[in-house]
Design a protein around this ligand. Structure first.
Ligand code: CA
Length: 468
């Protein structure tokens, strides 16, 4: 019987926020090749991660489970590769499988990639220039720029594949992760222009819980020399210095994105040349979002929109109508179920997400999720961000900073007073006004607390018991 199962190319970058993609309405850059995927397929405007940091989001995508289930709650934990993952199931059903690029789930023992016929990955975060890479044979340093190299390796792997069997390639960029080091080709990009500052650039963190003001990820204060790469010009006013730092940061970030965009273009061209476009599902996403000067910040971790939202564009000409936008809520734990669905594999009991293939076909199943559960565990460990969990619905967001870490690996045992935040995303899309204590929202608070309880139970997590 002729093979009808599609190939899958899952492209994921690291820390690429949706608002730095032109198909998502970016005010600051153009991403023509990433836009191609959206224009020839579907764009999701409400794709969210369940924990906005690298390894944990990656573990959720591989296993289809939340972090309290897969054990990857923090960046100090390593993934136990004996768990069920979607590449293992695809491999078992005859798919050729590979992961090339960023892994960041640990190395050695049970932490190396499993379920892959081939893997070549960066150790930890990896380097932008002349990176060391690891494969089943060991480690070696490879000359070149990481975004180009990862793409070259993917094209090589595709070139030597067995054309009689479908494949699933995890093409995972390191860029545009901190410390935002562009290649020579893009080093001068944006040189003569100023990138616009975001609307909330001068946020003063009033009308919020204490967590926002306490976070140490401010553009004006918290960059190190390696981030800035140049000394701050002397004699600037505090406002001018903040603007100067933003330009340094955002230009390098966007230069790294531009290289990702070029390289994704190379891959898309290859698929065209090889006649693979029609029968290949191509996804572009990032492991989470990022603050691009929003709220005066860089980095992620918070349940706020810029960090919570993942870009997600997907093309599969056989099934997906070109140029469509879908506003339904999808989550990182749903990705693997969707990939398995395309391969004709039933959803495994162990996985918690749901396939959104019906959404891709233009149908919204009755009872499709309209709320999601989020949790960040690393209390104070990085950027002084408080541990928190919460619920986001289509209109509101309730966040509980339990702000504690008793016995939690990868967090600091130094509690802060617990606090709540509620945002009305329709009235306050930038999340500048916590209405938790506003009597007009009392019923909403009650409803959302009940929804938080329900979701927490549904996913098998439980409320944090603040120590007495
Ligand atoms: Ca990341």
């Amino acid at each position: 019987m002729a093979e009808t199962r599609p190939n899958i190319i899952f492209i994921m970058s690291d820390d690429h926020a949706a608002h730095a993609m032109s198909c998502y309405g970016s005010r600051i850059n153009e991403t023509p090749n990433l836009d191609r995927i959206a224009n020839e397929g579907m764009l999701f405007s409400n794709c969210f991660c369940t924990n906005s940091i690298c390894g944990p989001s990656r573990a959720s995508i591989l296993t289809g489970t939340y972090n309290h289930i897969n054990g990857m709650t923090t960046l100090s934990t390593k993934m136990d590769g004996r768990q069920l993952t979607f590449p293992k199931l695809l491999q078992k059903q005859g798919y050729q499988t590979a992961v090339i690029g960023k892994w960041h789930l640990g190395h050695g023992g049970v932490h190396d990639p499993t379920g892959f016929d081939h893997w070549t990955v960066l150790p930890g975060q990896g380097l932008y220039h002349n990176p060391e890479m690891i494969d089943a044979g060991g480690r070696k340093v490879i000359k070149g720029y990481v975004t180009d190299l990862i793409t070259d390796m993917c094209l090589d792997w595709l070139g030597q594949r067995d054309k009689g069997r479908p494949f699933c390639l995890l093409y995972h960029h390191k860029a545009p992760h901190r410390s935002w080091e562009p290649d020579e080709k893009h080093a001068q990009m944006y040189e003569d222009i100023d990138i616009p500052e975001p609307e909330t650039f001068n946020d003063d963190y009033s009308n919020r819980a204490a967590a926002a003001a306490e976070a140490r990820m401010r553009v004006d204060r918290d960059f190190n020399d390696r981030d800035l790469k140049q000394p701050v010009p002397p004699g600037l006013s505090p406002e001018a210095e903040k603007s100067w730092k933003y330009q340094r940061y955002i230009k390098d970030y966007l230069r790294c994105v531009a290289s990702v965009d070029d390289n994704v273009g190379r891959l898309l061209d290859y698929l065209d040349e090889e006649g693979l476009t029609e029968n290949t599902v191509v996804i572009y996403t990032s492991d989470q979002g990022f603050f691009l000067g929003d709220h005066g910040w860089y980095d992620k971790r918070f349940m706020y929109e810029e960090s919570l939202r993942m870009p997600f564009v997907i093309r599969y000409p056989k099934e997906i109508v070109a140029g469509t936008v879908n506003d339904n809520m999808i989550l990182n734990v749903d990705f693997p179920l969707t990939f398995l669905d395309y391969a004709g594999i039933d959803p495994p009991e162990e996985m918690q997400g749901t396939s959104f293939r019906p959404l891709l076909n233009g149908d919204t199943p009755e009872g499709w999720q309209t709320s999601m559960y989020y949790r960040y565990w690393m209390h104070l460990a990085h950027h002084n961000v408080y541990s928190h969990y919460g619920v986001r619905t289509l209109r509101h967001k309730l966040i509980y900073y339990y702000a504690d870490a008793l016995g939690q690996e990868g967090a600091i045992d130094d509690p802060r007073p617990p606090e709540w935040e509620l945002f009305d995303l329709e009235e306050d899309p930038c999340e500048l006004n916590n209405v938790y204590h506003d009597p007009a929202y009392a019923d909403t608070v009650t409803e959302l607390k009940a929804e938080l309880d329900r979701l927490q139970q549904q996913v098998g997590d439980k409320p944090y018991e603040v120590r007495g």
